[in-house]
Ligand binder design. Structure first.
Ligand code: BES
Ligand code: MN
Ligand code: MN
Length: 479
């Protein structure tokens, strides 16, 4: 290579390095200068009790949507709107910098889970409080805290005039109830939502010093079972022993759904399960995991699951079946001697790639009817569901996310398959033809969906710091 060309290349590299270091410093300074305001704004957002599952919070849902719209506009979007759907509205916003530049679509949700049991909260769920460096509140992590990091990262890029991509925001209000309206919304807005990648922060990382990128989500079949016996509640002395008790029947049926190896006994349940080969299992096993820490964190003495698989495999690559709630008969204080007329259970099945939730719903129903004992009738209905997702790691988007984490954590992130579900992600691929990157900053200890949900300030600010690098690397690698 001629000396001149060589020198020019070196010069370019030095200049790039210099610009990069300057960018790094600006992000850190911007966060430092604005960190109190970021938190104040997040707290105002969290204070709106946007529980999608509860009809009495309908007005709050609209308030939360307004709040998201305003924050996207304040951060520098060209436009933002609240678009009505068959259910709760979607907030859409965008900033187009250059038609030639790549486009990133940010997805998140402004709805949260119900807060019960309320008495187990140490501070009120919608009055955010900082204790030991963590924000305690419903939605602190899932997903208000994580979604808001994107708004603030975008604000930084706008304020410093360094946004290298077009950005679109699609923030929905029905994720926690199974996104019933979003698939239709997507199919009606394919053009509007066109993008090169969907960027989502709604998952976890392994630990504060172990960045990771979620490369798998499980699918879901969520069922409700109703077992009916006699036409009214009966005196458990006058009738006990002579009538099939629907609560007893349901308990037996549920108990038989898994065998001694914790295999699910529903006929055909495993037919489509994608078996993961040894090479990939070995690779997965390299992710740090301490069974002792795991057990201690949730105070159990023994882990239990499908034989032949490790704990991370049991949630990452294997399906599961769990009762989420079970009721019937007298559940009030003290004793009431009654043989219930009806008993109910809500049962979730987490699915893995290639299992189809509709097919699993049908297998479940057939199986429950088949094992119902004499003397009761069984009704099964599907509450919601969706497919799993596996995200490839040989894409520009994955590499950009990986380099972003490497820059801010000083470590290459580990690809991890999560046990959780975001069913709409597979619909995004089907309807919009766009793959998603799951760049989550939550921790398992954040207690999402539980009392005392929390989100460490460290993760909140680290997310805001990391996201701008994703845009940078993603735009740079497209060239
Ligand atoms: N953010 C979670 C999903 C999640 C959390 C995935 C952590 C991976 C790691 C999401 O809000 C959620 O709770 N999803 C529901 C599914 C939905 C259909 C109700 C779930 O997984 O139960
Ligand atoms: Mn979520
Ligand atoms: Mn959730």
């Amino acid at each position: 290579m001629p000396a001149k060309k060589f020198l020019a290349r070196i010069k370019k590299q030095i200049l790039y390095k210099f610009k990069f270091l300057a960018f790094m410093k600006t992000i850190q300074e911007y966060i430092e200068e604005n960190k109190v305001r970021f938190l104040d704004e997040l707290f105002d957002f969290i204070r709106i009790p946007s529980i999608s599952a509860k009809p009495e919070n309908k007005a709050d849902m609209l308030k939360a949507a307004e709040y998201v719209k305003k924050s996207i506009l304040d951060a520098g979007a060209d436009a933002a709107e609240i678009i009505s759907t068959d259910g709760f509205p979607v907030v859409y916003g965008e900033k187009m910098v250059d038609p030639e530049a790549p486009t990133v679509l940010v997805y998140g949700h402004y709805d949260v889970q119900p807060v019960e049991p309320l008495d187990l909260w140490e501070s009120p769920p919608f009055e955010p409080e900082i204790r030991e460096g963590k924000i305690y509140a419903r939605g602190a992590d899932d997903d208000k805290g994580q979604m808001f990091m994107h708004v603030k990262a975008f604000e930084f890029l706008m304020a410093t005039n360094t946004l290298p991509c077009n950005v679109k925001f699609m923030i929905e209000g029905e994720e926690e109830i199974g996104s019933p309206s979003l698939k239709k919304f997507c199919s009606e807005n394919v053009k509007k939502l066109a993008a090169d990648v969907i960027l989502i922060s709604d998952t976890t990382m392994l630990a504060q010093d172990l960045p990771s990128i979620t490369v798998g989500l499980r699918g879901l079949s969520y069922m409700e079972v109703e077992v009916t016996g006699p036409n009214r509640d009966l005196h458990s002395g006058l009738y006990g022993g002579a009538v099939m008790n629907p609560a007893n029947a349901l308990a037996k049926m549920i108990a038989s759904l898994t065998d001694e190896n914790n295999h699910i006994t529903i006929g055909g349940f495993y037919d489509d399960v994608m078996e993961v080969d040894q090479t990939e299992r070995k690779a997965m096993a390299r992710a740090p995991f301490s069974l002792e820490t795991y057990k201690k964190a949730i105070e159990i003495d023994k882990e239990v699951g499908e034989s032949g698989f490790t704990t991370p495999e049991r949630t990452g690559i294997r399906p599961s079946l769990d009762v989420n709630g079970i009721w019937g008969g007298y559940t009030g204080e003290g004793a009431k001697t009654v043989l219930p007329s009806k008993a109910y259970a809500k049962i979730s099945m987490r699915l893995v790639p290639h299992q189809k939730s509709k097919k699993i719903d049908a297998l479940f129903e057939t199986h429950m009817q088949a094992i119902a004992p004499d003397g009761v009738r069984v009704k099964v209905k599907s509450l919601h569901g969706g497919e799993g997702y596996v995200s490839p790691i040989d894409t520009i988007a994955y590499q950009a996310a990986s380099r972003a984490c490497e820059t801010t954590f000083g470590k290459k992130p580990i690809p991890v398959r999560s046990g959780g579900s975001i069913p709409i992600v597979s619909d995004f691929e089907e309807v919009l033809g766009i793959k998603s990157i799951l760049l989550g900053f939550g921790l398992d200890s954040d207690a999402i969906h539980s009392p005392n949900e929390n989100y460490p300030l460290y993760n909140f600010y680290k997310g805001i710091e990391t996201i701008p690098y994703f845009y940078n690397f993603f735009a740079e690698m497209q060239k």
